[in-house]
Design a protein around this ligand. Structure first.
Ligand SMILES: [Cu+2]
Length: 259
């Protein structure tokens, strides 16, 4: 079983020599895998086009990209001529701040979803809901990317505008977000009703920097079941539990054609 999680910002433990200052990875993480955000192991080697696409967009958009994308200015800057399909679009939930980009090639797929947090019941509906504006202020931004290959899935998140120098927990959950934090359901599990840990679930704990920005990444050698993973939930503390302070609806999917 291969699974690893990369935290950036001011992660408190397990520094690895050779990484950028401030980067840290938890136990069991191979040194080579912790060096670079866009580094993907051999199990994804057959998806060079999508990898280039994903990494290219990661650079092009980066933390700033969530801002420009949320403002609707992402279309022209999105690369990906090698992809078979690429469909920049807004989410279907009536959220004007949300953007979805998807692409597929060679049995693999890539998607990026960005949104702006607001409380449930806001005048302008949002797919990014904050249940505790002290920890996730209205106007904070989130970007989630998924690269799904035949035998591996990488999920990355970037956040802006949170509380500086604070640890947050985050996981992929089974259901879309709702006004009630419990609407997102439990953690997505690769082996249902099995262990609740970063191998069997997608944990994206992160710590914000001095500007309140944070990011995390998780890689697994398994893929999501169709319709089985529908959101990311931010928690007030790291690990497998904690209060639900925010949620973003993301249509994670298995590798293959996206529509
Ligand atoms: Cu969770």
């Amino acid at each position: 079983m291969m699974a690893w999680m990369l935290r950036t910002g001011q992660g408190p433990a397990h520094p690895i020599s050779g990484t950028r200052p401030g980067m840290a990875v938890p136990e069991g993480v191979g040194r080579a895998r912790g060096r670079k955000v866009c580094r993907v192991p051999g199990v994804l080697g057959g998806v060079a086009a999508l990898l280039a696409l994903a990494c290219g967009v990661g650079v092009a958009h980066g933390a700033e990209g969530a801002v420009s994308a949320a403002a609707g200015a992402h279309g022209a800057s999105t690369p990906g001529s090698q992809a078979q399909a690429q469909v920049p679009r807004q989410g279907g939930g009536g959220d004007p701040s949300r953007t979805d980009d998807v692409a597929a090639a060679g049995g693999s797929s890539w998607r990026r979803v960005a949104g702006v947090f607001s409380p449930p019941g806001s005048f302008v509906p949002s797919d990014a809901l904050t249940y505790d504006t002290r920890l996730v202020p209205a106007g904070a931004r989130i970007e989630v990317t998924q690269l799904a290959g035949p035998s591996a899935t990488r999920v990355g998140v970037r956040l802006r505008g949170l509380v500086p120098r604070r640890a947050y927990g985050m996981h992929v959950h089974t259901s879309p977000c709702g006004a009630d934090p419990v609407a997102a359901g439990p953690h997505y599990q690769h082996r249902p009703a099995a262990t609740a840990d970063p191998d069997n679930e997608v944990w994206l704990d992160f710590r914000t920097d001095e500007a309140g920005d944070g990011r995390a990444e998780a890689l697994h050698d398994w893929g999501f079941r169709e319709g089985g993973a529908r959101s990311v939930v931010i928690h007030d503390r790291q690990g497998g539990a904690g209060e639900r302070v925010a949620c973003f609806t993301v249509p994670f999917g298995p590798p293959g054609p996206v529509e």
